[in-house]
Design a protein around this ligand. Structure first.
Ligand SMILES: [Fe+2]
Ligand SMILES: [Fe+2]
Length: 499
């Protein structure tokens, strides 16, 4: 995803993004009108009659905030807003957060507003930096709407309280929840968020303390609402996130975890129908995750994408070496047909993953993990049979080449795992030589030209793979194989080699 950020947005995409911006803007203006009507069911006509300019000011302020958010993405992440649905998603999340906070503030208590909900949803849907800017815009947007639509006519100070709560709790939420991996941990985060929530509520309440007519009940109630509002933020984020995950096919750490669980349907199929491929994928996933961590890429995505990178082999599992037990179907096929079967697993995997509604980022890796590399074994066989007339294009994967660093990692980890699987000497020197040749061969064949992976990152990946592969294939100590009979007496001793 980051790799594509450098590319331009294109006029058509920009126009679509702007249309989405205008649609979202009209929705928020309609929401503001609705708030004014709800706030004063009998006098809202009078509001528009007397305060038309006030409402116009609110509309202009909201337009400015929407535009600031759009410009942020235009300069910081063009690739993201190149898709119109992403633009709509950003503003939709924002509008939902505004409406939820409005209703809680209006009908229960200003302190019960789930002010950190947007920051949490933004964090898991878009990442930390985007969550911070979204929360910043949300806090100001809520402030403008509260001010101009008379949400707290009876208590004007509430507007500032709301601004403080949104900004502080939202920003705190982004950092507290940054390393959350499960939905249960997210719920616990809500409790932690109660700390700044409670502190702000108490400070604001104490600043207006009237010692002459002190009544502790409202203070305790406000403090309780403050904590509850933060817990509510986490609970609502938990409820809303799956809707966005499915509706917009967005990746979150929770969804990635679910996709790599033992219950994931495609993985269950892979385990029962292609056990060799399944085991290979498990090792590649472990390697890819370690490499992603080493170069600060998305480790959860790398792990999930590696699990699914070879699901295309489900179409004809017996045609792939790791699933064969003696009989090799390719002995009876022409090299051209064999190569065609082998290379089609990349596209078949992509099609299968898209058909099963898996995230496109994972499907892309399945299609890209062999890039445009030649299938050397069958190209060589064809050359031997034809006397050197084989066309390499007929014996090469169709691509595309890796477009992300995660796809590049999986391409290298996949080939390194396959190349080291069969060797007996797994010393660091030998493994290093093999992994280096895997990377150099792919560089020679220009496989990394569509992703912005650097030489430094390739060196780190190489070293990480060497460390991991020598660990994965470590030598076991020799031990005697002793068979016992039912009386627990050793009946035979023989020396057995490494396993
Ligand atoms: Fe593959
Ligand atoms: Fe593979």
């Amino acid at each position: 995803m980051k790799d594509r950020a450098a590319k331009g947005i294109g006029k058509v995409n920009l126009a679509v993004g702007l249309v989405m911006l205008v649609i979202s803007y009209l929705i928020i203006i309609a929401s503001m009108v609705m708030m004014i009507v709800i706030n004063d069911p009998h006098g809202w006509q009078q509001y528009f009659h007397e305060s038309a300019f006030r409402f116009l000011s609110a509309c202009i302020c909201v337009m400015l905030l929407f535009a600031i958010l759009f410009y942020y993405y235009y300069f910081e992440d063009k690739a993201f807003i190149a898709k119109g649905k992403n633009v709509f998603l950003i503003y939709l999340v924002l509008i939902i957060a505004v409406l939820v906070c409005y209703f809680f503030g209006r009908f229960v208590s200003i302190y019960l507003r789930p002010v950190a909900m947007l920051a949490l949803i933004g964090l898991f849907l878009f990442g930390r930096r985007q969550a911070i800017i979204l929360n910043f815009v949300f806090s100001l947007l809520m402030f403008v709407i509260d001010t101009f639509t008379n949400n707290f006519d009876s208590s004007p100070n509430s507007v500032y309280i709301s601004l403080m709560l949104s900004f502080a709790c939202g920003t705190f939420a982004v950092f507290v929840a940054a390393n959350v991996k499960t939905r249960w941990e997210l719920l616990l985060t809500g409790v932690f968020l109660g700390i700044p929530g409670l502190a702000i509520v108490l400070l604001l309440e104490l600043s207006e303390l009237d010692f002459a007519h002190f009544d502790w009940i409202p203070y305790v109630a406000s403090a309780g609402y403050g904590i509850l509002g933060c817990v509510l933020s986490a609970m609502l984020a938990l409820c809303i996130l799956p809707v966005f995950e499915m509706a917009f096919n967005r990746l979150t750490v929770f969804r990635l975890r679910e996709l790599t669980s033992a219950n994931a349907p495609l993985l269950q199929r892979l385990r029962s129908e292609a056990p060799g491929t399944f085991n290979h994928s498990l090792i590649v996933a472990q390697l890819a995750e370690t490499c992603a961590i080493a170069i600060s890429e998305n480790a959860e995505l790398a792990r999930a994408a590696a699990y699914y990178h070879d699901v295309g082999k489900l179409k004809q599992p017996e045609c792939f070496t790791e699933n064969q037990t003696g009989y090799n179907v390719h002995d009876e096929l022409t090299p051209e047909l064999s190569a065609d079967i082998i290379r089609s697993h990349a596209q078949d995997g992509y099609d299968l993953l898209i058909a099963n509604h898996l995230p496109k980022e994972i499907a892309d890796v399945a299609r890209e993990h062999h890039g445009t590399l030649p299938i050397k074994f069958f190209y060589d066989k064809a050359n031997r049979l034809s006397g050197g007339d084989a066309n390499i294009r007929n014996y090469s994967y169709l691509g595309p080449k890796p477009t992300t660093k995660v796809a590049a990692i999986i391409m290298i980890a996949d080939a390194s795992e396959a190349a080291t699987r069969a060797i007996k000497d797994r010393s660091p020197v030998t493994v290093e030589r093999i992994v280096r040749s895997v990377i150099e061969e792919r560089m020679d064949l220009d496989q990394f030209s569509d992703c912005n992976i650097t030489m430094r990152e390739l060196t780190i990946i190489k070293q990480t793979l060497v460390d991991s592969l020598t660990g994965v294939h470590h030598h076991r100590i020799k031990y005697p194989a002793i068979r016992f009979n039912r009386a627990h007496q050793a009946v035979k001793e023989e020396s057995k080699g490494d396993e």
